[in-house]
Write a protein that binds this ligand. Sequence first.
Ligand code: PGA
Length: 247
Amino acid sequence: MKKIIANIKMGQTPSETKKYLMTLASKFDDEIKELTICLPYTSLACGQYLLSNTNIAIGAQNLSDEEKGSYTGEISGAMLKDSGVKRVIIGHSERRSKFKETNKLINKKIKIALKNRLEVILCVGENLIDKNTMKTLDVITVQIEECLKGLYENELENITIAYEPVWAIGTGKSATIKEIEASVSAIRKAVAHSFSQKAGDEMSIVYGGSINVKNIASIIKAKGLDGVLIGGSSLDVQNLLYMISLC
Ligand code: PGA
């Protein structure tokens, strides 16, 4: 089953989400594609109301690394679960770079998410300097090892890894099929090294970074790839529906 994840980021108000999801819910009826829409926190209630009887899953874009308590402005895993959230993006490069999230913190968030029975979409990827100094595969390997540290192998079935090169996010420059395939294979190797060959082979992996209506059909065919994570191009609902039809 192909996975399609749309990341709305800070791109919609709840009123805008309402219109967007009404159109999406009336047009999406694909049983063989797994669609997740990662909404801003303020749109989750709207998502829960409009999507509960559909086969579109609600995603969130972040969660607190704390369970509960005096953490003004934070949102816990339990709150997400109770808001109908099925999956949560953790370790997005915008959180790593703009909010200084480390692999250690991301590891803690993954454990909290799983404890709250949320599936995890873990983002990894190299920046431009890493790419230019040929460090891509090393960087991804360290991210995988540190972010998945201490997990049980059977928990991996609730994790999808999103390979998102930082230089490709929101820039209009997507990675080539060859680059995607090399990174996907490095991710499988890193998972196999930390867990088992079987875990590496079965790991669910998607690609994200400047996916659009023109490149999605070829990207989705990259060897070893289970789906895509779409940011900017998913904000237009007709665009998203068209991209889904190409997967
Ligand atoms: P983009 O974003 O498709 O706009 O590059 C992808 C992402 O940030 O997940």
